[in-house]
Design a protein around this ligand. Sequence first.
Ligand code: ADP
Ligand code: ZN
Ligand code: ZN
Length: 802
Amino acid sequence: MNIAKVVVDVPASQTNRLFDYLIPEYLIGTVRPGMRVVVPFGPRKIMGFVLELTDQSDFDKLKKISEVMDVIPVLTPELLELGKWISEKTLSFYISAYQAMLPQVLKAKYKKELLRLTKEELPDLLEEIFAHRDTLAYEEFVERQGSLAALQKAMQEGLIEVRYLVKTRETKKTETMIKANRNFMDLEAAIAELPPQASKQKEILSYMADNSEPVSQKKLCSILGTTRATIKQLIEKGLLTEYHQEIYRNPYEDEDYERTFPLELTEEQADAIAPIQEDIAAEKHDVFLLHGVTGSGKTEVYLQSIQKVIEKGKEAIVLVPEIALTPQTVQRFKGRFGSNVAVLHSALSAGEKFDEWRKIQRKEVQVVVGARSAVFAPFENLGIIIIDEEHETSYKQEDHPRYHARDVAIFRGDHHNCPVVLGSATPLLETYARAQKGVYQLLSLTKRMNNASMPTVDLVDMRQELHAGNRSMFSWKLKEAIEDRLAKKEQTVLFLNRRGYSTFVMCRDCGHVVECPHCDIALTYHRNNERLKCHYCSHEEPMPVQCPSCQSETIRYFGTGTQKVEESLTKLIPNARIIRMDVDTTRKKGAHEKLLNQFGNGEADILLGTQMIAKGLDFPNVTLVGVLAADSLLHLPDFRAAEKTFQLLTQVSGRAGRHTLPGEVVVQTYTPEHYSVELASQYDYPSFYRKEMEMRRAFHYPPYFFLTLITVSHQNQVKAIEVTKKITLLLNNELSPQASLLGPTPSPLTRIKDRYRYQCMIKYRNEPGLSKSIRKILAMFEEEIRQNDLLINVDMQPYQLM
Ligand code: ADP
Ligand code: ZN
Ligand code: ZN
């Protein structure tokens, strides 16, 4: 097989196919599918992925592969298949799909180095080039025409490994090490010769004489209370030497984790885990929905399922939403499986992520816990995939390729014949609907552990507060409850959703929200021309001066920021200690954890924050949760607004009273009668599901209809509108009469970074030709996309409608 079929790194529709390249003689047998290669392409040399090997081509004159970038394939055959599937499903280019599966470090330019791992002689072919050195630049290996086959073999035998040296600083961490340059007798002699006032230098030397091991400069300074300058004097005298040593990056030190052991399952847990474990044993693929209220012990079900997988010698992927990937969460998995767990988290540096990824690639771990992209972990023997909080929208990637981790998980589960477990207290409507239809298997945990009850939820009608003369953003009830906790030295979590800031218009007197007459979606306020617009259809109207419902003049747009809340809270309850958590206070690396630790240590009475505090927090001393404006999500221009409100209120409520102290939740709202607010306060998911499904059916939304969202953006507004119109016209000719096409209409966020955004949306039940039609249309605009800075985004499964 001397021909490689390659996907090249040119994201364009003409190049979105396989190109044939000749494998040079000396690389035959070593080039394998899943490796990255450098190939000539036009006048340039570019990167590409080898997908297949063959020995015939339809073309006569083939160019040769210039170079291989990997010695061992970075993508497995399964991931190569998966990439094709993703690119078809999401209308993205093959190259984008493959790039998305690899850690950042492998996308950047880097140098490679071969590292000797053995003290023994290497096989002749290699030792000749290594010449007893410990490391060898890969370039030198190539120049001297080293045998790749021999290298591959040596790597498989663990004699050599490839190290990637990236030029960015973060990928390589080193520390300065100090070691004695003389034996200890000489050091003692040197001490005697130093003048009496050089006491610090003497101390250092005697420490080095007593401890023969090299020591890091940092440690030396801190033990002896000395400085770099003093050490340097000794280095200059030739008594000590310094060198730099790479630190093995381990952001989650294993010894920090307290070991935990399997708990005896409750009856409900045992019933839920049985079918999962049966699938693991029988190597069978099913999708399970584990529907369990917060605190019902879902994690223990995950852990004991994973245990079974490990015992079978297989591997497990656990996905957790980015913001729930806290040290607390990591502890639960590391505590049970120790160093058998890799963690993939976006807060890790590119180098740290790469280290974790390599542990997976080398099969040094059997479990990975991570955010969305961990679903691509290059395991080859998967025994289970778990997606916790499966309803979270962060599982959908909002950039090329626009894949959903759930779909990828199910693809992989099917490939590996293993179960996929979706866990949530508030499943996505689509997921629950599939479980109802029997496409997924429903497993339920209805009780909280230790028979703890869910905290009681009080709905406070903010319209009545206003009528009674309270103009503050805190109801009397909430203020009293906070003061009560302060007196009892218990803690409060206050939740404010900032999304939807200043967008919808509401009457503060009667809670009426202005909605589109055609779409059942709140209209969005546009400050520049004082108009209200629907972002699904093209309806618009002027900003009303009076409430259309009660004629009050207190109708205005709605929204407040966390900072403002903190200010008024401080005025209202001056002695409360507050920690504010939002994008502003958590920007710095590690800030998130630091603030949570402070709160956990009781350094504050109130944790005030945005959606980032809604998940995963588990503080025993929190007995009150306050939701300042339950409605802020409800009126987003999004057909999932009610569902998101229900999810959020449920999640937030779950933060209170998780342990022995009973919890209380106060929810402030202008629409206490809205079914999502009311049913969330009763923890009644099934009723919410039924009600919401009726709405979806009536207004033709998922899961009854599929949606495709096309967003066009350009610096020139006219251009953006024009292109959107053209696309709409073209689509109109292609769609069946059952499909409906909405738009062109401005996106809810009409201008971002000086680019105007327009969109159109397709609602349909069955359009088998849709992908092809859209690809055709996209190809027509490709020239303009390249030349004219036009952007057209197609989302086949939109979760963000902004
Ligand atoms: P969920 O993930 O459903 O929100 P958790 O897994 O966090 O629930 O469980 C809540 C608490 O109950 C945790 O502190 C957990 O350790 C504990 N727990 C779970 N299962 C058991 C069990 N079988 N016996 C005793 N405690 C349990
Ligand atoms: Zn509308
Ligand atoms: Zn009104």
